[in-house]
Each structure stands twice: as C-alpha cells, then as structure tokens.
Design a protein around this ligand. Structure first.
Ligand code: 5GP
Ligand code: ZN
Length: 135
C-alpha cells in the first residue's frame, strides 16, 4: 500500500515526532497554518473517520496529551482540532489524521484558522527540539 503516513509510522519517511503511544503518533505538520501545527495519526491504516471501527477513540489519549504539550510548551492561547474526511472536505492524505492547531491572540477566530504561514514553518527543527525537550 502506498501511504505517506504509513511510511512515516514505519520510519521510511522522516518526521518530527513529538509524541507516540501504542496506538498513535503525533508529529509536526510540514506546512503549518500556525506555530506548532501538528498531526495525530493512528498507527494502523484507517482512511478516515467514516470507516468502520473505533479509530478515533484509539487516538483520543494521544490527541489530548499532544494538545496539552503544545499548549504548555508554546504558550498558545487556544487550539483547534480539525479533521478533513474525504477529498471534497479537503482531505489530501488518505490516512486518518487530526490537525492540532495552536492559536495565538494576534490571529484570533475561525477565519484565521487556515492561514498557511511560511514563518511558522521556518524553524521546524528548533521547534521540534523545544517540544521534545532537547533544548
Ligand atoms: P489534509 O489536507 O489531508 O487534512 O492534511 C494533510 C496534511 O499533511 C497537510 O497539512 C500537509 O501539510 C501535511 N503533510 C503532507 N505531507 C507531509 C509530510 O511529508 N510530512 C509532514 N510532517 N506533513 C505532511
Ligand atoms: Zn496509511
């Protein structure tokens, strides 16, 4: 199966992992909308939340733990959880994922959520080190 996120889980494609447990992995999004934008994915291949089976509940602890990590370490003021299911909804990678998007008071509100920000992606290695405690 040709799946980018399965390749990330397998370690065949590099990612900046910030959290992992038995069911899920969280890593920094390569093209963040806001500083700290991360993805939480199940270890097993599930296409989307509409598929049969309890995929979302498996990754719920990882979603909560990663959300708290991002909030605490980045001093964010809030956080969006976004999930795109199927192409018409904007899904581009067909392995279930939840976007965790830390939000900051200078760019408030839903309309400013999807705001691809090159500046937020310019220091991903430093951000990764900060979130994983390496610095
Ligand atoms: P979707 O549109 O499917 O909900 O979101 C897919 C997300 O995956 C996008 O935000 C995109 O930036 C991210 N993404 C795509 N390819 C890669 C990659 O190779 N590494 C990482 N870390 N994120 C990726
Ligand atoms: Zn997959």
């Amino acid at each position: 199966m040709d799946c980018l996120f399965c390749a990330i889980i397998a370690g065949d494609v590099p990612s900046r992992q910030i959290y992992a447990d038995d069911h899920a992995v969280a890593f920094l999004d390569i093209a963040p909308w806001h500083r700290g934008h991360s993805l939480v994915i199940p270890r097993r291949h599930v296409v989307d939340v509409l598929e049969e089976g309890p995929a979302l509940i498996d990754i719920a602890p990882a979603i909560q733990t990663t959300s708290r990590l991002l909030m605490d370490r980045l001093g964010a003021d809030g956080l969006n959880m976004v999930m795109n299911n199927r192409a018409v909804a904007g899904q581009e990678v067909f392995h279930l994922h939840v976007h965790l998007v830390p939000r900051y008071s200078e760019h408030p509100g839903m309309r400013a959520l999807f705001r691809p920000d090159p500046a937020a992606g310019s220091d991903l290695d430093a951000l990764h080190a900060h979130l994983t405690g390496a610095v």
